[in-house]
Design a protein around this ligand. Structure first.
Ligand code: GCU
Length: 477
């Protein structure tokens, strides 16, 4: 979290909830029968019409919802087994406006506002997928237009009848595929030495937003967003670790286990911010990381970030801290990757009016570590983007925080600038975690306010614009 953001954080004690408890996470049976497609023109239609004037549909036509709120298409589908099933809607939307649909299953509202963005033309057909629980046997899946534009043109619904689509099986998760990571040259590599670009989300401060890090939201992050990595932002001051080391260490243990069950990497973020000199917390950091590394050293999915955003401190002092801390972690977990924040709120000094050469000229004396870089696209413009490009060519770097708005985590989204960063990070295989996986009121929190009190985290319905945007960029690899 960049400078000044914490000032505006909501500090309601009511928001401080206890750690997620051991969540039951069952690996579903693998699908064993082919999916079945149901044509929309054969479904029950209310206030819509069957048409065939735009090519590319399957079956004998498609349903035009007509431009009316409340028009619906209801499919009667058969499921061989109860459990989680994926629904794939084939549709076209020749406009540029999203045409969200609400989904009910057997009369129960299940997904609100599933997004059907523009496909470029009424003859371009694309798919939107969501997952719902079905009962064995007959199920009624109703899709209802939620705006006066009506729905998209609906071609078909394909359901995996046998059982469930992901959650991914044990062989299919990011950790199962990549194993223990290591730094290879300037990149992050999997255990077979192939370069990997991890993409995922950072929590907000767990002293404020632990209610957003629970079974349903983590299931969504792993299975619906298909994230590789969860960054757990544990503040030290500002109501964090120092207020109750035992409680926060236990929270971190819990989140590590939850990420592990879902086959995601987990970034243990020592979120020092104020004061900005990480040396202020060295003895706390030693206690915390020793216990975390001791307990989880045999896992393959742990990355340690020892300093979130050093600020108002020289690079030499950050380096001194890193060289003291890295051996402490390695004493417990010798093959672990460690991340180190850089001065100027993890900008390699650029937000301090310096340049990345302060790090290049005085590198940390250690192995298997990466420096971190943060940016907020509406604040940090071309000079930061080109610095990140130069940095990635010289030293290992991971973007542990970024936002599509200003460094306050709020304000308008600059998706065009953000996309330039995304493209650079894809090109140079720079891993990233986006700020932040919460329902905080600011624009950088992916969920709409109030989402975390409930249990619906899948699809685009619960998401703010920044959430829709970043979910798409995690999903589309
Ligand atoms: C156009 C298009 C229809 C579509 C409609 C809409 O009329 O030809 O197929 O359903 O727009 O806006 O929904």
């Amino acid at each position: 979290m960049a400078r000044s953001r914490w000032i505006a954080a909501v500090l309601s004690p009511a928001l401080i909830t206890t750690v997620i408890t051991a969540a039951v996470f069952t690996i579903p049976k693998a699908a064993s029968a082919a999916p079945v497609t149901y044509q929309s023109e054969s479904a029950t239609i209310s206030q819509g019409v069957v048409e065939s004037n735009h090519t590319g549909f399957t079956g004998s036509g498609f349903v035009n919802f007509d431009n009316v709120t409340g028009s619906y298409v209801e499919y009667t589908v058969n499921a061989a087994a109860a459990g989680r099933h994926s629904l794939v809607f084939r549709y076209a939307n020749g406009t540029t406006a999203n045409r969200p649909l609400d989904i009910t299953v057997n009369g129960t509202p299940t997904v609100s506002g599933l997004g059907f963005p523009g496909t470029g033309a009424w003859t371009n057909w694309q798919s939107v997928t969501t997952q719902v629980n079905l009962v064995a046997g007959t199920n009624r899946i109703r899709t209802t237009a939620t705006t006066a534009n009506g729905g998209p043109n609906a071609d078909s619904l394909t359901v995996d009848v046998a059982g469930t689509e992901p959650p991914p099986g044990p062989g299919d998760t990011p950790v199962a595929k990549n194993g223990q990571l290591k730094v290879c040259g300037t990149k992050l590599c999997n255990e077979r030495g192939q370069v990997v670009q991890l993409r995922g989300m950072s929590t907000h401060g767990i002293q404020w937003y632990s209610q957003c890090v629970k079974t349903a939201s983590l299931d969504a992050l792993a299975n619906d967003w298909k994230a590789d990595i969860l960054r757990v932002a544990m503040y030290i001051q500002e109501g964090g670790y120092e207020t109750n080391p035992r409680r926060f260490t236990d929270m971190m243990h819990g989140y590590i286990e939850e990420a592990t069950k879902r086959g995601m990497y987990v970034l243990v973020d020592w979120h020092q911010l104020t004061p900005g000199d990480p040396n202020y917390n060295t003895s706390r950091a030693k206690t915390f990381f020793t216990e975390i590394a001791q307990r989880h050293k045999d896992k393959k999915n742990i990355i340690y970030d020892i300093a979130n955003e050093p600020n108002n401190v020289s690079w030499a002092n950050v380096k001194r801290y890193a060289e003291e801390m890295i051996p402490v972690i390695r004493a417990q977990d010798p093959d672990s990757v460690v991340f180190v924040g850089t001065h100027g709120w993890s900008t390699f000094g650029i937000s301090d009016g310096q340049s990345e050469t302060s790090v290049f000229n005085n590198p940390i004396n250690a192995t298997n570590f990466m420096y971190t870089f943060h940016f907020y696209a509406a604040s940090h413009r071309d000079n930061y983007l080109s610095a990140l490009s130069r940095i990635a060519d010289r030293v290992p770097v991971f973007v542990t925080e970024f936002g599509t708005q200003t460094s306050s985590g709020d304000g308008g989204n600059d998706f065009a600038m953000s996309q330039r960063y995304i493209d650079l990070m894809a090109q140079k295989q720079i891993g990233w975690t986006n700020w932040n996986f919460s329902d905080d009121s600011r624009s950088g929190a992916v969920f709409k306010s109030g989402t975390c009190a409930g249990s619906n985290f899948t699809g685009t319905g619960p998401l703010k614009p920044a959430g829709v945007w970043v979910r798409e960029r995690i999903l589309n690899r």
